[in-house]
Design a protein. Structure first.
Length: 336
C-alpha cells in the first residue's frame, strides 16, 4: 500500500510517499524560513498562502521522483493538528479533495504523533515500548510509548518549551530567526564555566519542565554585561548547556521511573548535536540506548505523516467521508 503524506502545520510544506513493503519512496520539503526571517518569526497568513502555492507542485515532484503515478496511491494522510489553523486547512483541503477525486481514504494525523514515530523510519529503529522526548519550538514532553496510539504523558513544560527558550534567548543575543540553530552555532565558539544559568525544575521531583526563568536570566545577563562577540558566544554556551542539562536529567529520570531502557528523541531540537552527544553519553553509560530521527526528519516533514498514516491505515483506520476539520489545539493524550 502506498500512502501520500501531507504536512502543513506551520512554516514548512512537506510531501512524502511511503510504501508499506518498501519503506519511504520519496519526500520533498519547502521551508518558509527565508520569507519569515524578515519579520523575525512566523506570520500565519503568509504561511497559509505559501502552502497553497507549494502543495500541488511538491506532490507532482514526489510522484515523479518515486516513479509512481497518481492512480497508484492507496490513501492520503495529512496533518490535522495541532498547528496554525489556516496552514492546517490547506493540507486538509488538498488531501481530501484529491482523495475524493481518486476515491481513496484519508486519515488525519496528530502532528506530534508524526514526530513521535519518526525515529522508526531510521535504521536501527527502536521497538515498543520506549520513552519519547518530544522537544520542539512549541512542545517539550516526555511520553511512555507502548504502541501506535498507546501514549502516556509522563511530564511536560509548564511554560516555555525548550525550543522557545533557544529562540527567545537567541533573539536577546541579537541573532536572526530561526534562533535555535543560530544560538547553537554561536555556542560552538563559547567558553565553558564563565556563566552559571538556572536549571528550572531540575529538582522538582517530577518530570515536568520550565524554561521561562532561564530566558529571564539570559535577559538579565545580557543587560548587565553589554556583551561583545566573545561574551555573546559565552552566554550562548551557558544557555545551551542549561537547556541540555535539564533535558538529559529529566530523560534519565523518566527511564528510571518507567523501568525502560530505550529513549526516542523527536522534534526540531532533536537536531541539536550537543544535545545528541550528551544524551547518548549519559543514557548509554547506564545501559540504555537513544534513538534519533535522521537530521532531515527532525523538523516538520511529510515523511513522518505518511509513515504514521500508513501505520494507522494498517489498523483499518481512515475514511472516505471527505468532510474535514482541523484541530489547531489538540492534546496528544486524546488520540488512541
Amino acid at each position: 500500500m502506498i500512502t501520500l503524506g501531507i504536512e502543513s502545520s506551520c512554516d514548512e510544506t512537506g510531501i512524502a510517499l511511503y510504501h508499506t513493503g518498501r519503506g519511504l519512496l520519496a519526500h520533498a520539503l519547502h521551508t518558509q524560513i527565508a520569507m519569515h526571517s524578515e519579520y523575525g518569526g512566523v506570520v500565519p497568513e503568509l504561511a497559509s498562502r505559501d502552502h497553497v502555492q507549494r502543495a500541488i507542485p511538491l506532490i507532482r515532484q514526489v510522484l515523479q521522483t518515486a516513479g509512481v503515478s497518481l492512480n497508484k496511491i492507496n490513501a492520503i494522510a495529512y496533518t490535522q493538528g495541532p498547528g496554525l489553523g489556516g496552514a492546517l486547512l490547506v493540507g486538509a483541503s488538498v488531501a481530501n479533495s484529491l482523495a475524493y477525486a481518486l476515491d481513496i481514504p484519508t486519515i488525519g494525523i496528530h502532528h506530534l504523533e508524526g514526530h513521535l514515530l519518526s525515529p522508526l523510519l531510521s535504521d536501527p529503529a527502536p521497538a515498543f515500548p520506549f520513552v519519547a522526548l518530544l522537544v520542539s519550538g512549541g512542545h517539550t514532553q516526555l511520553m511512555r510509548v507502548d504502541g501506535v496510539g498507546r501514549y502516556e504523558l509522563l511530564g511536560e513544560t509548564v511554560d516555555d518549551a525548550a525550543g522557545e527558550a533557544f529562540d527567545k534567548s537567541a533573539k536577546l543575543l541579537g541573532l536572526n530567526y530561526p534562533g535555535g540553530p543560530a544560538l547553537a552555532k554561536l555556542a560552538a565558539s563559547g567558553r565553558a564555566g564563565l556563566y552559571k544559568l538556572p536549571r528550572p525544575m531540575l529538582h522538582s521531583g517530577n518530570l515536568d519542565f520550565s524554561f521561562s526563568g532561564l530566558k529571564t536570566a539570559v535577559l538579565t545577563l545580557v543587560r548587565q554585561s553589554e556583551p561583545d562577540d566573545q561574551t555573546r558566544a559565552d552566554i550562548a554556551y551557558a544557555t545551551q548547556e542549561a537547556i541540555i542539562d535539564v533535558l538529559v536529567k529529566k530523560s534519565r529520570a523518566a527511564l528510571v521511573q518507567t523501568g525502560l531502557t530505550q529513549l526516542v528523541v523527536a522534534g526540531g531540537v532533536g537536531a541539536n548535536l550537543m544535545l545528541r552527544k550528551h544524551l547518548s553519553c549519559d543514557i548509554e553509560k547506564r545501559g540504555g540506548k537513544v534513538f534519533y530521527p535522521d537530521l532531515e526528519f527532525c523538523t516538520d516533514n511529510g515523511a513522518m505523516i505518511a509513515f504514521a498514516g500508513a501505520l494507522r491505515l494498517a489498523e483499518q483506520q481512515g475514511s472516505k467521508d471527505y468532510r474535514f476539520n482541523v484541530k489547531p489545539r489538540w492534546n496528544l493524550a486524546e488520540i488512541a
